[in-house]
Design a protein around this ligand. Structure first.
Ligand code: SDX
Length: 359
């Protein structure tokens, strides 16, 4: 037995859902290369691809769009009583509370949980500002309705397309920390709502899904291109992690970063902010090469995600919640895949504490 605290050398599951190829900088989702489906296929299509053969329901794209719309409408009524309490929490904690309120024995949990994350996040963000939550429009796609519920107006098609590209890109990514958490909880047969609640707890951390909001904080702290090099170098010398950079698996590039950057460009707005971010990215990569030569640290999913969600008027403390709007479907697929394995996940630990004195 080998000790590997980050489990990076451990294959803990076999999955048909995705391949995260760190050496090639390639992401395959249920047999499809990310770059072949991002910006082309709908979020509902990918959810259907991921759930096919695992989640026991009809997962055709049109059926999922219809049923997810109905699930959002049902979720709106379910979450409303919790809004006063939930809206006092950070957005991802509010979503955690709303998801945790779902009983593990509830009907059609995959749709209910997927709907609850989107409907709950939008409702909490409006409620905390004293604005009335917007009821879902079941006739819309998930991405379009989320933007509409969040901002109170129908999104432009370019905005919906850009968000849908991000959500599809963020849906599934192998055994990342929150997905592994899902599988551990699912492996005890605790139930799907419990597994998704646990996953939300793991996603929240800044080393994982909590990174995009702090990317904007970093851009704001740097302020001007002239400050970039010195600010970033000092941060790394202080032992800080630059948010939006580095990845446990990707060594050459995170293929999702370019996909999301193109989605930002497709909005065709605030090009000055994008150019500033590009300058910061170049400076950060140069600092990381200089200060961390032993490690290939590239731009990850979160850097341009922060720019995109900012451009779509999502509050920065809700970026992780939007990540969960996408990733919940991946967690659900993995939970079902783990249940099909029907094996409790229980690794060993090596005891290094004191031994009892001789009796
Ligand atoms: C996501 O796993 C997934 O797939 C996750 C994800 C998904 O889709 O689910 O892709 C989503 O979580 C993306 C990552 C978002 N997090 C951030 O952007 C936060 C900043 N990134 C780092 O915290 C870090 O890169 C991690 C956590 C992402 C990965 O870290 P590792 O693999 O544990 O690397 P490490 O801690 O072993 O670091 C190796 C060296 C260390 O330096 P030394 O101690 O050897 O001198 O690289 C340094 C680290 O300090 N380092 C960084 C850095 N990332 C690693 N230094 C500065 N800035 C960084 N971002």
């Amino acid at each position: 037995m080998t000790f590997d605290s980050g489990l990076e050398a451990v294959v803990a599951a076999e999955t048909v859902l995705s391949e995260v190829d760190g050496d090639a900088g390639r992401l395959i989702l249920r047999g499809h290369r990310l770059q072949d489906i991002a910006g082309v296929r709908s979020l509902e299509w990918l959810i259907g691809e991921l759930w096919r053969g695992l989640v026991p329901r009809d997962v055709g794209e049109a059926v999922l769009k219809r049923d997810l719309g109905a699930a959002r409408a049902a979720a709106f009524g379910t979450i409303t009583p919790f809004l006063p309490e939930a809206s006092r929490l950070a957005p991802v904690e509010a979503v955690r509370l709303l998801v945790a309120a779902a009983p593990d024995c509830a009907d059609d949990l995959p749709l209910r949980l997927t709907a609850t994350v989107a409907v709950g996040l939008a409702a909490v963000l409006r409620y905390r500002c004293g604005e009335a939550p917007i009821p879902p429009d079941p006739t819309l796609g998930h991405a379009a309705d989320f933007l509409r519920m969040l901002r109170g107006r129908t999104a432009a098609s370019t905005e919906t397309a850009a968000l849908e590209t991000y959500l599809l890109t963020a849906t599934e990514h192998g055994l990342n920390a929150s997905t592994f958490t899902t599988r551990v909880v699912a492996s005890t047969q605790a139930g799907l709502a419990s597994a998704v609640t646990a996953a939300l707890c793991a996603l929240k951390g800044p080393l994982h899904g909590g990174a995009p909001g702090p990317v904007i904080d970093m851009l704001d702290a740097i302020g001007t291109p002239a400050n970039a090099e010195a600010w970033l170098d000092a941060a790394v010398l202080r032992g800080e992690r630059l948010m939006g950079f580095g990845h446990r698996v990707y060594r050459v590039t995170d293929p999702r970063s370019d996909v999301v950057k193109r989605a930002v460009e497709s909005l065709g707005r605030n090009t000055g902010r994008l150019h500033f971010a590009e300058h910061i990215e170049r400076a950060a990569l140069a600092v990381l090469v200089r200060r961390k030569p032993a490690r290939s640290l590239q731009t990850n999913l979160e850097f341009y995600t922060a720019l995109l969600l900012e451009a779509l008027e999502v509050p920065r403390d809700a970026f992780t919640g939007v990540f969960a709007v996408a990733r919940v479907a991946g967690w659900i697929a993995h939970a079902y895949e783990q249940l099909a394995v029907d094996r409790l996940i229980r690794p060993q630990s090596r005891y290094v504490g004191p031994l009892p004195t001789a009796a």
